[in-house]
Each structure stands twice: as structure tokens, then as C-alpha cells.
Design a protein around this ligand. Structure first.
Ligand SMILES: [Zn+2]
Length: 454
């Protein structure tokens, strides 16, 4: 459709919504000053500290040294536990810090096919529905060139600095913990350093499974993986955006994709000038990450990755060849850039964990009409004191992000002036403090688009 055609649709819609305009304005979505204040705590020096400490462990291969105080994955694990405990102690003692141990099994990527490993998790328990979880993570393990059997096989001993892949993502999770540890959210937030991502997402898989089996529900799982460099392999610096990947198993939409859209709106409020650029693909082509472990179990997972990767700095033995420096070293990172990514993560986590859950069971009816009836299931009774109302959102079928919002009232249905033939319509919950959930859209033709009822 031409832009002119799209304007016609919205023009028809706008005429009918004049009466609602004043109440829409009253409830305009604004940044929460308490959240904004916390984001200011995230600095380049702070994220750099985590990256340097992890790189100093030499290697963080999942089967590397675990007893040494200063080398191997054990040293990295202990540093993270101590760091998160110190953050908690300095900010009211609310974080529960734990090592989540698991058996790692990989016939091709671990010597002898197995090892023991631990995710490091700092948990901020929710005040309204603690079993509903927001996860923000990076993976703290690393590998060098010999992950590839053609290049010599597994090497749990040699250096694998892993500054960008993925001390950078781990630094984001730690920075989010430091920024938000003295707040209390209705939902539980988990700040996670995952292990054994490089052996096939083993740490995140164990964690997602544990959450599922213990009846928890993951509202959002973010993985940050390779988020620290703004200079691409082409030499160009792109420091105003980060790519955001969102799986969509079928149809036009998915809960993950709507969380990615939500991140765009959150960035406008909290990190102006730094934004996520949406990529409507589960991950980079032919590659994967820890968000996949959550998606596989029906939890929405999204992935942040820097704008243009430099493959000379990933999974590479540190060396020089024909004047080119190979290796994943801190010198290639841009800590100001990494701090921007961390602030965006903290804003998204805080906004989602402060809002009521995304409405479920959304239905629309707009056939042979020029308006649309939307209905949804309100969040569980435990949220009644938190919910101020609902907001209906709409976009043309080809738009990447939401273009219009309408007040949705306090009940569980609304009529909005949108021609459904040409639009996608969704609904989001609004808390009494003005925080928004991500939108949920109806299932079209059996696709898994709407959040299942819980
Ligand atoms: Zn990685």
C-alpha cells in the first residue's frame, strides 16, 4: 500500500476518535522518574569493570579450571557472585544471589563429553506475582578458535578472552542489577550470567527448564550477546543503535516480537538518541543464542546484538596475521556504547516488571465494519489493585511498530475506530503508575500470536 493509502485509513480512524482524545492525552505514556534516575547510575566505567574482570580470567571455557582463584571459569563465577553480593549489600540487601549448578553434556564440545557448570543468578523477588519472571542475561563462558574441530578441537586451557562474546552481555546483566537493586517490582527480575552458551545453550536451557518445571512463567527473557563494539568489520562506527532479534514461529506476530516493539517505545521514553533496530528474525542468519532456550519452552525471548559484528574478534585465538589483530579483546570495545545498551535493557526490564502482565486471550471483530471490537482477558485477580486500565494499539499490516493508541477503558473490551481489514490491533495493560505491558494481539489462523492464558 502507498503511504498515501495508509494515511487515508488513519484519517478515517481519526475522525471518530476526537471525543476520546482528551482522556488519551491524560494517560499519555511518560517515563517513570524513579526508573530514569536508576538508569543514570549506569556508566561506561561500570560496564568496563565487569568486562576487564572477566577477561582477566584468561579463559572462561565451560570445562576450564574451576579451582584457581584467578584463572578459568571458576574464577569468573566467583567474581560474579562476589560482585552481585556486594551490589546487593550496598543497595538494601534485596538481591538473592545463587549459583545454579547443572550437568553439562556435549559429546563434541566438552572434553570427555561432560562437565559441571553454574549459572550465576541475582534475583529481585516480585511483590505482586513473584512467580512471574523477567530475565535479563548474558553468558559468561567463552571459547577460542579451537571450538571448531577442524581447527584443532576443544581447548579448555588456552586463552579465550571473550570480551565482546560475551563479557559484554554479562556486564549488561550486572549493570542492570546495580541500577535496579534498590527498587521493588510487582514481578520478579532475574539478572543472569549464563554458562555453557558456547556448548549449545546448555546453561540457559537448564535455567528455562527449571523455571518451567517449577510452575514459573517468564514474561520476558532478554539475552545480550556481543553487545560491546560499535565499530564494524567495515571500519564504520554505528553507536546510536543496537539490533534486536525476535523469534516469530508462525503468522505476523509473536509475544517476543511484541516485546521487541515494546522496546522501541521504551527507548523513546528512556534512552532518546539510542534505539533498538528491529530485525524480524529469530537470530542472526544460521546462528543462535540463549533466548532460544526460553522460546523453546513457550516463553518469549529476544536478543540484543551490536550493529555490525567483526568476526576477527569472535572465538579467535589472540594472534597477529598479515598485520591483522585477531582475538576478542577489550581494546575493540566501546564502553560508552555498551553503557547505552545496558541502560536500554534496564529501562525495558523495569517497565515490563512494573506493569501488569500482558493481557491474554485477545480477540477482535471487525468484519464488514469500519470499526473494531477488541476483547481480552484481564490479568489475574492478584493484579486488581495494580491495573489502572487498558490501551488498544494499532498499526497497518506492514508497519514494524505500533502507530496508534486508544484508551481501552477499565473493562475487558473496547470499540476502536480502526478498519481491521488493513490493520493489526492489540491491547496492553496500564498500571496505576502509568507503566505499560507489551501488547498482545489475537491469534490469526492458528498462529501462536496471543499470550496464552495463565
Ligand atoms: Zn555469545
Amino acid at each position: 500500500m502507498s503511504p498515501k493509502g495508509q494515511r487515508w485509513i488513519w484519517a478515517a480512524a481519526t475522525l471518530a476518535v476526537v471525543a476520546a482524545a482528551s482522556s488519551a492525552q491524560e494517560s499519555a505514556w511518560r517515563a517513570d522518574p524513579e526508573i530514569a534516575k536508576r538508569l543514570a547510575r549506569i556508566t561506561p566505567a561500570q560496564v568496563q569493570e565487569t568486562v576487564i574482570a572477566l577477561v582477566a580470567c584468561g579463559t572462561r571455557h565451560s570445562a576450564s579450571e574451576s579451582e584457581s582463584g584467578d584463572r578459568g571459569i571458576g574464577a569468573a563465577r566467583r567474581w560474579l557472585v562476589e560482585k552481585l553480593r556486594a551490589i546487593s549489600a550496598a543497595r538494601g540487601g534485596r538481591l538473592q544471589v545463587e549459583e545454579e549448578w547443572t550437568d553439562l553434556v556435549s559429546a563434541t564440545r566438552l572434553p570427555g563429553g561432560k562437565a559441571r557448570g553454574a549459572n550465576v543468578i541475582a534475583r529481585l523477588v516480585g511483590t505482586v506475582e513473584p512467580d512471574r519472571i523477567v530475565v535479563v542475561s548474558g553468558h559468561y563462558d567463552s571459547i577460542n578458535s579451537k571450538y571448531d574441530l577442524r581447527r584443532g578441537g576443544i581447548d579448555p586451557v588456552g586463552d579465550a578472552p571473550g570480551a565482546d562474546d560475551d563479557a559484554s552481555g554479562t556486564a549488561v546483566a550486572v549493570a542492570c542489577a546495580e541500577a535496579l537493586a534498590d527498587l521493588q517490582f510487582p514481578m520478579t527480575v532475574e539478572f543472569c550470567a549464563m554458562t555453557a552458551e558456547e556448548q549449545g545453550l546448555l546453561g540457559s536451557e537448564a535455567h528455562a527448564k527449571k523455571l518451567k518445571e517449577s510452575g514459573k512463567f517468564v514474561e520476558l527473557a532478554i539475552t545480550n550477546d556481543i553487545v560491546g563494539a560499535s565499530r564494524g568489520e567495515d571500519g564504520i562506527v554505528r553507536n546510536r543503535f543496537v539490533r534486536l532479534f525476535s523469534p516469530c514461529p508462525a503468522g505476523l506476530d509473536s509475544p517476543a516480537r511484541n516485546l521487541a516493539r515494546h522496546a522501541v517505545d521504551v527507548a523513546k521514553l528512556y534512552t532518546p538518541g539510542f534505539e533498538p533496530v528491529l530485525v524480524f528474525r529469530a537470530d542472526r542468519y544460521g546462528r543462535g543464542g540463549d533466548h532460544t532456550s526460553f522460546e523453546k519452552l513457550g516463553f518469549p525471548g529476544i536478543r540484543f546484538t551490536e550493529p555490525r559484528e567483526d568476526y576477527r574478534h569472535q572465538h579467535q585465538d589472540v594472534r597477529e596475521e598479515s598485520g591483522v589483530r585477531y582475538g576478542d579483546l577489550p581494546e575493540h570495545l566501546d564502553f560508552e556504547y555498551l553503557a547505552h545498551v545496558a541502560r536500554l535493557n534496564a529501562a525495558l526490564v523495569a517497565e515490563v516488571a512494573s506493569a501488569p502482565p500482558t493481557p491474554s486471550d485477545v480477540r477482535v471483530n471487525g468484519a464488514l465494519r469500519h470499526d473494531t471490537t477488541v476483547s481480552w482477558k484481564a490479568p489475574a485477580a492478584v493484579w486488581a489493585s495494580q491495573v489502572a486500565g487498558f490501551e488498544v494499539v494499532a498499526r497497518s499490516t506492514t508497519a514494524a511498530t505500533w502507530e496508534k493508541q486508544f484508551p481501552g477503558g477499565t473493562e475487558s473490551s473496547a470499540v476502536v475506530p480502526v478498519v481491521l481489514d488493513d490493520a493489526v490491533v492489540g491491547v496492553r495493560a496500564v498500571s496505576k503508575t502509568g507503566r505499560r505491558s507489551a501488547a498482545s494481539v489475537p491469534v490469526e489462523r492458528g498462529a501462536a500470536e496471543s499470550r496464552p492464558a495463565r
